[in-house]
Design a protein around this ligand. Structure first.
Ligand code: COI
Length: 370
């Protein structure tokens, strides 16, 4: 069977071994984050032919399962890989929507250019998401704060060991039902300051969403967890300890005058879709939003003086998560038992209400999938 989405035809090979209804219901009752996967995956292949011309082909939906890869596939050696994260939301009338997918499609292509991967036409990106969600519609949870997390990614599959851009690739989308990224109810998290490790450097891949950036963050994240913290903060030590971002989230500061500040995009920071949506939602709520350099000294002094009243993290997975405390072995900024800030929670509520279709979608951010 074939299905056409956005003018792209997807062959359907549906799973004969779907997760039974009862088991899926148990998973959806408490999905956590990233632990369970749906019954299907979307796949599109890319190959450069003998004339040097490349093209995407064989768009398909197939059963979720292991990927067959040659042990010398370029992705396994040189990390030629990028990914995205977005969500599908079940509205109260049962319809299913996604949020700003064209922004994710555009960022995937910015990442692709940086990692010498082929760009994917947005129609293929949107088609893959639509067809996967259609095949796995029963996996979109309906609970408060829940959604189906979609993980598009692109890997270099060509088998060779020379260091050069590959000529064969695979674009895939997998899906995983998701609740709160940090588990349980939304509550302020604690952040560990990474002094030893940087996430990205000038001219590097910091602005791209590639696995390598996250691999580089893991030892620092390990340090954070060993010290009882939820996430790690990366600084730019060559630039007055300017705040960059967390291991997988952007940062916002609520100032005493009610305005919002967030680190500007310097080329080393990921341009989060949630980050830009928060900026717009805050402006719609009448708040001033400034993108600028914020240093660790400003964070410390601002919390002490009351100039900074709230700090929060944001991302597709994290949505908007309040930050209670920032620390390392030398200092602690904020409080362990801090309460979630009012502005933080008001922006979170407004963003979630847009995503869930509970308030009007004035910026036309939602795309209906089913
Ligand atoms: C996302 O928010 O989609 C990410 O990719 C970040 C990661 C921490 C899950």
């Amino acid at each position: 069977m074939t299905q056409t989405a956005h003018g792209v035809e997807f062959k359907q090979r549906l799973s004969h071994r779907r997760v039974p209804d009862q088991e899926r219901a148990l998973i959806l009752a408490n999905p956590g984050f990233g632990d369970y996967f749906t019954d299907h995956t979307a796949v599109i292949d890319y190959k450069v032919d003998a004339t040097g011309t490349g093209g995407w082909a064989h768009a398909r939906i197939e059963p979720y399962g292991p990927i067959y890869l040659d042990p010398s596939a370029a992705v396994l050696h040189y990390g030629q890989e990028i990914f995205e994260g977005l969500k599908a939301y079940r509205h109260s009338d049962g319809s299913i929507w996604t949020f700003r997918p064209e922004a994710n499609a555009a960022r995937l292509n910015r990442s692709a250019r940086r990692l010498a991967l082929p760009e994917l036409p947005p129609a293929y990106f949107l088609g893959a998401i639509r067809e996967l969600v259609r095949a796995d519609r029963d996996w979109v949870p309906a609970g408060d704060g829940q959604a189906l997390y979609l993980r598009p990614f692109m890997i270099a599959t060509e088998a060779f060991l020379g260091v050069r851009p590959a000529r064969e690739f695979s674009f895939r989308v997998i899906a995983s039902p998701a609740g709160n990224y940090f588990g349980g109810e939304v509550k302020p998290i604690s952040i560990w300051i990474s002094r030893e490790y940087a996430r990205a450097g000038r001219g590097g891949t910091g602005a791209a969403k590639c696995g390598g950036n996250y691999a580089a963050s893991l030892v620092a994240q390990q340090e954070a967890e060993a010290n009882g913290c939820n996430q790690v903060l990366f600084l730019d030590p060559f630039n007055d300890n300017a705040i960059e971002e967390l291991g997988g989230m952007n940062l916002f500061f609520v100032m005493m005058d009610g305005s919002l500040a967030t680190p500007g995009l310097t080329g080393t920071i990921l341009e989060g879709v949630t980050r830009m949506s928060v900026m717009q939602v805050a402006k719609d709520m009448g708040l001033k939003v400034v993108e600028r350099q914020i240093t660790l000294d400003e964070w410390r002094d601002g919390v002490e003086s009351g100039q900074i009243t709230e700090v929060f993290a944001c991302g597709t997975a994290a949505v908007i998560t309040p930050i209670g405390l920032l620390r390392d072995t030398f200092e602690t900024i904020g409080h362990e038992n801090a309460l979630a800030g009012e502005t933080t929670m008001a922006i979170r509520e407004q963003l979630l209400s847009i995503q869930m279709g509970a308030v009007s979608d004035t910026h036309a951010w939602l795309t209906r999938l089913i």
